[in-house]
Design a binder for this molecule. Structure first.
Ligand SMILES: *Cc1c(COP(=O)(O)O)cnc(C)c1O
Length: 402
């Protein structure tokens, strides 16, 4: 049979039925039933007045999540990586010096973004698993007073370390620079206050602590960042991400067609943000912190050691060392096939050395932690590294009672 005959034959496939998993990796996280239901509502036109008013509510809800009054706050149509590029492509002009902090995978991506936008990256390196060192950032500004921007990751998902966004932004401000902040994993999972901390361009993602489907990137820009973008000497290289064009769609009464927004995904994001508003942002932060303590107690009862020191540990992303003589891939496969539980592997230099347990958004529930402790104890014991699930449960319950 020729290749052509082959493709003209009518293919026969059944509908795709995904297995039912519990998602405790670095994202995506579990979707709440309400969010899944919202995604399945009828698609309407993206310029339909009903949709346009939903877009306005979305911006309001995102301002609440980011704790900002920034007018320019909306979800970019694309995953967190597109939100990242939107910030860099709009704020970096050819020849600009940008100080970029790297203490994990995602800081490394920021360097790429600066260079591709024609900027000069001054790199401040810190050990993976540790926060960005403010003193090194201060020194980098002293050595490069012409720097126009400081870029850093608030919550490094590759390691589980949180950096002090407020302190870093204060240093940038003293040197007259704006900040670009990766808040993909931090938004709704731990304290993040865009206005109080003086952050300028912040991007996030829909599939981490917001527990929506991947593919949307909430962003927010301060008035100073917007002024910088509007005063650019050169055009933004990317047509799709040029905020000067996107604004007529998302942020003006004109609602001029720019691209077709991912309509149903935005229903989902709206629904997850409504749930966040019902819970209250501070209560959501507190829930992540409380359940992190529960998971930590269970892990410690199994003698699993955390990679990140206590003060900088992210509640929503728990990284532990893989015990000696345990096969990383086999264990994760067992969790998936026998317990329908997904956890995260290590990235880069941490590959094969750590596991990453996400407690993000709707995944951050007591029942998930009990499943995780049970599954992990069983799989470790099977690999000849005995772990006591009952002791882990007892410790976890005690931590909740404290
Ligand atoms: C997940 C993640 C990203 C990338 O988001 P995508 O939606 O996968 O493009 C960027 N930064 C951090 C810190 C992340 O955790």
């Amino acid at each position: 049979m020729s290749a052509l005959e082959n493709i003209s034959a009518r293919p026969s496939f059944a509908s795709f039925a995904p297995p039912s998993r519990t998602l405790m990796g670095p994202g995506p996280s579990d979707l709440a039933p309400r969010t899944l239901a919202a995604l399945a509502r009828p698609t309407i036109g993206h310029l339909d007045p009903a949709f346009v008013s939903m877009m306005d509510e979305l911006k309001e809800l995102l301002r609440y999540a980011f704790q900002t009054t920034n007018a320019l706050t909306f979800p970019v149509s694309g995953p967190g990586s597109v939100g990242m590029e939107t910030c860099f492509d709009n704020l970096v002009e050819p020849g600009d010096t940008v100080i970029v902090c790297r203490n994990g995978v995602f800081g490394g991506r920021m360097i790429e973004n600066v260079q591709r936008a024609g900027g000069i990256a001054v790199i401040v390196d810190d050990t993976w698993g540790e926060p960005v060192d403010p003193q090194k950032v201060e020194d980098a500004f002293k050595a490069n007073p012409q720097a126009k921007l400081l870029a850093f990751v608030h919550a490094e998902t590759s390691t589980g370390a949180r950096s002090d966004a407020q302190a870093l932004a204060a240093i940038a401000r003293r040197f007259g620079a704006l900040t670009i902040v990766d808040a993909v994993t931090s938004l709704a999972g731990c304290e993040l206050r865009v206005d109080d901390w003086g952050l300028d361009a912040v991007y996030s993602g829909s599939q981490k602590c917001l527990s929506c489907t991947p593919g949307l990137s909430p962003v927010t820009f301060s008035p100073a960042a917007l002024a910088r973008i509007q005063a650019r000497k050169s055009k933004v290289q990317s047509w799709f991400m040029d905020l000067n064009l996107v604004l007529d769609y998302w942020n003006s009464a004109k609602r001029t067609y720019h691209h077709t927004a991912p309509i149903n995904s935005l229903y989902g994001l709206h629904e997850s943000l409504v749930q966040l508003a019902e819970e209250g942002i501070e209560n959501a932060w507190a829930r992540h912190a409380r359940l992190h303590r529960m998971l930590r107690a269970g892990f410690e009862a199994m003698d699993l050691a955390f990679v990140v020191a206590e003060p900088w540990r992210l509640p929503q992303l728990n990284t532990v060392h893989i015990p000696a003589d345990v096969n990383d891939a086999d264990l994760r496969r067992q969790l998936l096939t026998d317990f329908n539980l997904e956890i995260g592997a290590g990235l880069g230099p941490l590959a094969g050395k750590v596991w990453r347990f996400g407690l993000m958004g709707h995944s951050c529930r007591e029942g998930n932690i009990l499943l995780c402790l049970e599954a992990l104890a069983t799989a470790l014991t099977r690999q000849g590294r005995p772990a006591d699930a009952d002791a882990a449960f007892a410790a976890a319950r005690r931590a909740l009672a404290d």
